[in-house]
Design a protein around this ligand. Sequence first.
Ligand SMILES: [Zn+2]
Length: 104
Amino acid sequence: MNIPKQIKIGGLTYRVDIVENIEDGVVGKIYYKDLVIKVEKSNVDFMALTFWHEVFHAMNSQLDHVSVEFFAQSVTQLLKDNPALFAKEEVPAKPKKKPKKGRG
Ligand SMILES: [Zn+2]
């Protein structure tokens, strides 16, 4: 998945920064007041998981860490296993109207 440069969650737009290091020795962190999510550079799948982890923190800051991690892992796997879930549905082209036949 592509980690977006920003994401809107609960009406707030968070900037997403991919960084070399995060203080506190964590791999992801959300700064609620600054509306920033930081994800430390690493394996792309691990970064996606970290990104989703922080997104769930943003969705509900009261959720405990175990629940947040459960949702992050479940959702990333669900999206991987079902890529068509959010694919745009193909709308069949409208049949062209038959031109009225006139008398020649
Ligand atoms: Zn957490």
